[in-house]
Design a binder for this molecule. Structure first.
Ligand SMILES: [Mg+2]
Length: 446
């Protein structure tokens, strides 16, 4: 254990939704839901305004729509998220050589190696508090107005818990020596790896809080949840966490796949196989105390074309139900009518979907992947004349804007960017030659 609070965890608040609100002034202060907008879509991120209506990540978009019908439902713009993430990670790497990204919007920073204006950063509580406030202000600047929540503590575990305590736009520094005091009243699920299944097993043994867990002997814990998991829980319940901040992480993922003698054509059968594989993957995640934010499927067609599709949640999961539902949703968007030879499901433990391909196969065309990944809309979405809500567009006459909605041959565009006041809405025929996709650009760059 470190004797000083020198591990910093930074987490951008409601990241995808916040980027959308930054670039779409008319949505600021309003409920925004980013995720799959199709019939089987799943919420990736909800803005805080939408969370007030009970909308949260991993919920089906259908359920979200019934809870918050007036929210803006957007398909997601990966290039804008990547670009914003790059700016934040770049800033963190200026501060310390030891930056460990967990996903696009989250990273650990080792302050023992951090410098500011050429001098080492002080590690007393007052020093790291002031430093973290300056860092949050700089994140706000480089992202064009996004907020980050930060936790600083003597370990990764406690720093990550702390960054969540005063969200959004919060800072919590846990003074060395007070870690256990902080953790004891919390639910055991605050410990990484205690997913719903483990929590239920512990609850049946009368263990609900971290304090309850702390009172259980190592032998008893091993008996309850197994050797690998039990040892980890025993330590973390005592705030014992020596894991270093590592700049380069190995790409970790858990997957299951099967190849089939005859081409599968029955969609229900394929869904059943994916569901079973999702169960295997989720069980392995739980066994190793892992959870991941990115769920992927791999499908090899009768002609040996191999497709992979993935979707990313705002929160990590180790739930069979969630992994299975997302996997089936991804399958729904693929044309498998010619027959399928191989099916697979994977969850990335790092939840890092910058990672090019979970299965080590070439990526499809990035534009297709971008749309398919999160928008989870039918394959026809790639046709030029079909528009995804939230997508950036440029009109020859009216300039830059975003797709507000489309249907019945009409597309409605709101003409505004990060740099303008809320703009007007206009409608066009979906094949209007004056309307174009804005390729790989965020509006304030156009
Ligand atoms: Mg976040």
């Amino acid at each position: 254990m470190r004797t000083q609070a020198s591990v910093l965890h930074l987490d951008l608040d409601a990241f995808f939704a916040a980027v959308e609100q930054r670039d779409k002034p008319s949505l600021r202060g309003k409920p925004v839901v980013v995720g799959g907008v199709g019939g089987r879509g799943v919420v990736a991120t909800a803005s805080y305004e939408a969370r007030r209506f009970g909308v949260h990540s991993a919920m089906s978009t259908r359920e979200a729509r019934s809870r918050c019908p007036h929210a803006a439902y957007l398909g997601g713009r990966f290039e804008a998220y990547r670009e914003t993430s790059r700016a934040v990670m770049g800033l963190l790497r200026e501060v310390s050589p030891l930056v460990e990204p967990l996903s696009l919007d989250e990273a650990f920073v080792d302050l023992e190696q951090a410098t500011e204006d050429g001098a080492p950063v002080g590690l007393e509580v007052a020093d790291v508090t002031a430093f973290a406030q300056r860092l949050r202000a700089r994140v706000h600047e480089v992202t064009g107005g996004l907020t980050a929540s930060v936790g600083v503590a003597t370990s990764k575990f406690v720093a990550k818990v702390a960054s969540d305590l005063d969200k959004p736009d919060g800072l919590v520094v846990v003074p060395p020596g007070t870690e256990q005091e902080l953790l004891r009243p919390m639910r055991a699920t605050v410990i990484p790896g205690v997913g719903p299944a483990t929590a239920e097993r512990l609850r049946r043994a009368g263990i609900v809080t971290v304090a309850d867990l702390e009172a259980v002997s190592l032998d008893e814990l091993v008996r309850l949840v197994g050797r690998a998991h039990g040892t980890g829980l025993h330590d973390l319940a005592r705030a014992l966490d020596d894991r270093p901040v590592v700049a380069e992480r190995e790409a970790k993922s858990v997957s299951a796949e099967g190849t089939y003698e005859t081409d599968l054509t029955d969609r229900r059968l394929m869904e059943g196989l994916l569901t079973r594989q999702a169960g295997e993957v989720a069980a392995r995640l739980r066994k190793h105390g892992l959870s991941g934010r990115t769920v992927s499927i791999k499908v090899r067609l009768h002609d040996f074309t191999t497709l992979s599709r993935s979707t990313t949640l705002n929160e990590p999961t180790d739930s069979t139900t969630t992994v299975a539902r997302l996997a089936r949703g991804l399958l729904a968007d693929l044309d498998t009518s010619g027959g399928v030879r191989l099916l697979g499901v994977g969850v990335s433990g790092l939840a890092d979907w910058i990672q090019d391909d979970l299965f080590g196969e070439p990526e499809p065309d990035p534009d297709d992947a971008e749309l398919a990944e999160l928008a989870a809309t039918p394959p026809t979405v790639r046709a030029r004349s079909v528009w995804v809500p939230g997508q950036d567009v440029v009109h020859d006459e009216h300039g830059a804007g975003w797709v507000w909605g489309s249907g019945r041959g009409v597309v409605t565009v709101r003409f505004e960017t990060a740099a303008t006041p809320p703009g007007p809405v206009r409608s066009f025929p979906i094949d209007d030659p004056a309307l174009h996709r804005a390729e790989n650009r965020v509006p304030d760059d156009v």
